[in-house]
Write a new protein. Structure first.
Length: 104
């Protein structure tokens, strides 16, 4: 009798788990945009969002290895904050250790 109840309980649990999943949330297809389109949107004051609806902040940063070239980098506010904090941490660590890299 106990085996029959156990088998029935397992069968009920397995059929409940095997049910159809809820329909997925409709996500609009990702758009490929060019750098020119991003720069035009920024200049026109348009808000740029990622696929999660988070506001993207774009900055023109100096390109490594060039004195004149600049590149547009877009990240969320949280990503910019995290990058800034990591940079500050590594700078403090380098200063505490006394091993400050010298330019050539």
């Amino acid at each position: 009798m106990k085996k029959l109840i156990l088998i029935a309980a397992i069968t009920v649990l397995l059929t409940a788990c095997a049910g159809t999943p809820p329909p997925a949330k409709a996500v609009p297809p990702a758009e490929r945009v060019t750098l020119g389109e991003i720069n035009a949107a920024i200049e026109n004051g348009k808000r740029i969002e990622n696929e999660n609806g988070e506001e993207m902040v774009c900055r023109r940063e100096p390109k490594t290895g060039s004195r004149l070239a600049r590149e547009t980098i877009c990240m969320t506010r949280n990503e910019w904050t995290r990058l800034s904090e990591e940079s500050q941490r590594s700078t403090r660590k380098a200063m505490r250790s006394g091993r400050i890299p010298q330019g050539t």
